[in-house]
Design a binder for this molecule. Structure first.
Ligand code: XCC
Ligand code: SF4
Length: 626
């Protein structure tokens, strides 16, 4: 937990500290105040041994053996912990996969009813089609897209027992063998999520092993299904990210501009807002109100989507959302789904800021509701930007304080962009790994967590690993953290070990690569899979590891689980609510290694974690004989 609760204990970032101080001075409640008010948090909840699944509960198991060892129905700690875990995985998978579905439906609406989402990247369309066995020769992009839409929607609806088509097409044979043998090959994305809910409802599955196995299956439906579909269809619609420059941190807000912060996850909306913010008519209007123009910036994962594709500045990650408003310079914060604090509305009340909710799934009491509709996307985006512009005169200049802190960052490392940088194949990277210049690769993902000093674990772990010649790839709030701290600059390679430094210098790349938003963790799977294919081994044989050093959401639980299911040792920087069950803990941290070739490893100290990840990578190298 945070040591002295001072601004510098809450975040390692100066701009963030400055805004925490401003909030404190002005008496604005932020996430840290609410965390403090929650302490001490419930010990049963932390261990995962409380059950509220039926109305005979809530039941709890006494971890010290001095109280009840069974719930009213007879459920043990093992069952309760496993059920809670599986529900968390299902919720995480639902978030990513429903996002994926929305992107596919946007394309479908375009093909069938002329929604304004034309195919931007025909090459990607064809590449995806080829992978899935859809004919491309002599066919129009629209025809190919129609087939792809059908296959993707089929993965959400088919009722046979076969593995989903996307996982089947993208995962190599060795990995699929493991899944089939263990019975965790997902059949249908929605079905696995529904079955997770069914299995965990009162009086159904009580065996921690079969429960966890289903959790693994559901997570694969996300990583190699829903998330992967989200990434691939977004690339088709909005373009595959290319290496390019951007800027990150609260300092991207501009004093004399209309500032619009686009926060959430689904680029189907944010892509349109970015366009609308460039509309000459709206810029003219902004000038009429005394602003120099419109400054649209991103936040959280939707911000990363924009940064990856357009170099749009990103104002921050999860723990900075309230603080962006505290600058007093935000005319509108536009939100869609996921990781959006309901408290934003309260913070906004202290200023002129308007919170605009846009998703029919996510309504925020007290916000302005402008619900999104693909068919009217352009019109709605303009309406949203107009609301922001017209709010500019309401800004109280005396309350404005924008921290200077921001950093440049290179991003856009899609698998395609990496391949291009390497000259078309992964060979140069693989050779660097085989020769030992690069010892291995760690994929870092996920969130901020108010219980962990903001960005601290991300940066310390990344620094420690690159020092030891480990190349880092990653997504999500980790990526924003690195962008803010200058890690995504080629010159940061100076801080890397000699081997990694030489490779980075030769290629002109930073020692850590931004692969995008959380659904883009699928890009990491594709990269690992490519490498495994090239070397003729399974992903679990490669010198790889994963980490979520500041994990927070159910989505992070799901991502961690599908990393494990893909054969990757995965570190968690926060103790998950599963330790109340000896059996589930053993399953996740030990037995899984023998079953799927990956397991979880929990360690709050990032330096100690780095050491274990390095040891793991060295043991994999040894086994490969390199
Ligand atoms: Fe959310 Fe995606 Fe986690 Fe950040 S990393 S806190 S999930 S914004 Ni996706
Ligand atoms: Fe209690 Fe069992 Fe109901 Fe859970 S399912 S609340 S353990 S009676």
């Amino acid at each position: 937990m945070l040591k002295g609760w001072k601004p510098e204990d809450k975040s390692i970032d100066k701009a963030t500290q400055e805004m925490i101080r401003k909030a404190e001075k002005e008496g604005i409640e932020t996430i840290w105040d609410r965390l403090k008010a929650q302490l001490p948090q419930c010990g049963y909840g932390q261990l995962g041994v409380c059950c509220r699944i039926c109305m005979q509960g809530p039941c709890r198991i006494d971890p010290f053996g001095n109280g009840p060892q069974k719930g009213v129905c007879g459920a043990t700690a093992e069952t309760i912990v496993a059920r809670n875990l599986v529900r968390a995985i299902a919720a995480g998978a639902a978030g990513h996969s429903d996002h994926g579905r929305h992107v596919v439906l946007a394309l479908k609406e375009t093909l069938e009813h002329g929604a304004p989402y034309p195919i931007k990247d025909e090459k990607k369309l064809k590449d995806v089609a080829k992978k899935l066995g859809v004919p491309v020769e002599g066919r129009k992009a629209e025809e190919i897209a129609k087939d792809l839409v059908e296959i993707a929607l089929g993965d959400f609806s088919k009722q046979d027992e076969e593995i989903i088509k996307f996982a089947d097409a993208y995962a190599n044979e060795k990995r699929k063998e493991v899944w089939k043998k263990t019975g965790v090959a997902p059949r249908n994305i929605d079905r696995e999520i529904v079955e997770a809910m069914h299995r965990t409802t009162m009086g159904v599955d009580h065996d921690p092993l079969s429960l966890v196995a289903h959790g693994i299956k559901t997570s694969i439906a996300d990583g190699w299904g829903g998330s992967l579909i989200a990434t691939e269809f977004q690339d088709i619609l909005f373009g595959t990210p290319k290496i390019g420059k951007g800027e990150a941190n609260l300092g991207v807000l501009k004093e004399d501009y209309v500032n619009i912060v686009i926060h959430g996850h689904e680029p189907v909306l944010s892509e349109k807002i970015i366009e609308a913010a460039q509309d000459p008519e709206l810029i003219e209007l902004a000038k009429k109100y005394g602003a120099k123009g419109i400054n649209a910036v991103g936040m959280c994962c939707t911000g990363l989507e924009l940064l990856m594709r357009h170099g749009t500045p990103i104002a921050g990650n999860y723990l900075q959302q309230e603080l962006a408003i505290v600058t007093g310079a935000v005319e509108a914060m536009v939100v869609d789904v996921q990781c959006i604090m309901p408290s934003l509305v309260d913070v906004a009340r202290c200023f002129h800021t308007k919170i605009i909710d846009t998703s029919s799934l996510a309504t925020f009491p007290g916000a302005v509701h402008v619900k999104f509709d693909e068919m009217r996307a352009d019109e709605i985006a303009r309406e949203i930007v107009r609301i922001a512009v017209e709010n500019f005169p309401n800004r109280n200049k005396d309350k404005v304080q924008i921290p200077k802190g921001k950093s440049e960052a290179i991003g856009g490392f899609s698998v395609e962009a990496i391949l291009e940088a390497l000259g078309g194949t992964l060979k140069p990277l693989e050779e660097a790994i085989i020769s030992g210049k690069i010892r291995g690769v760690v994929g870092i993902v996920g969130c901020n967590n108010a219980k962990i000093r903001h960005n601290h674990n991300h940066i310390v772990l990344t620094d420690e690993l690159i020092k030891n010649d480990i190349l880092i790839i990653g997504t999500g709030c980790w990526a924003t953290a690195c962008a803010e701290h200058g890690i995504f600059l080629p010159e940061y390679a100076e801080k890397a070990g000699e081997g990694l430094k030489s490779v980075c210098k030769a290629l002109g790349i930073p020692p850590a690569l931004n692969m995008g938003s959380c659904v883009d963790c699928s890009r990491m799977l594709v990269l690992a899979d490519l490498m495994a294919r090239d070397l003729g081994v399974d992903i679990s044989d490669l010198p790889l590891a994963g980490s979520a050093p500041e994990a927070m959401t159910e989505k992070a639980v799901c991502i961690g689980t599908y990393f494990v299911a893909s054969g990757i040792l995965t570190h968690l920087g926060i103790v998950p609510p599963t330790v109340g069950s000896v059996e589930v803990t053993k399953l996740l941290t030990k037995d899984a290694m023998n079953i799927v070739g990956g397991a979880f490893y929990v360690e709050p100290d990032p330096i100690k974690a780095a050491k274990t990840l390095i040891d793991h990578i060295e043991s994999k190298r040894k086994a490969l004989g390199i």
